[in-house]
Design a protein around this ligand. Structure first.
Ligand SMILES: [Zn+2]
Length: 88
């Protein structure tokens, strides 16, 4: 096969490529996570540390997202309550 087998278009060049399996990643964060999940045996101490903090960051992001969703729901609820109080 002469065509390059890549899911990422040529124009946006990946930020990193896995040195173990050659898979390209759009951000170094995704690359770090991939290496930690797919090649845990090959990680050196620095990469393992980077993986741990990247994973912790992702968990933080998820938690923040959930809080934001909850906040939006509460705001929506009180918004309708106010509308009801004003117009009803
Ligand atoms: Zn890999």
């Amino acid at each position: 096969m002469s065509y390059e087998e890549t899911t990422i278009p040529q124009s946006d060049s990946p930020a990193g490529r896995c040195e173990y399996c050659g898979h390209p990643f759009p951000t170094t964060g995704r690359l770090v996570l991939h290496k930690g999940l797919e090649h845990p045996q090959q990680l050196d101490d620095d990469e393992e540390e980077a993986f741990r903090s990247a994973r912790a960051d992702e968990e933080d992001e998820l938690r923040t997202l959930r809080l934001k969703a909850l906040g939006a729901l509460v705001l929506l609820y009180f918004g309708f309550l106010m509308l009801y109080a004003i117009f009803a």
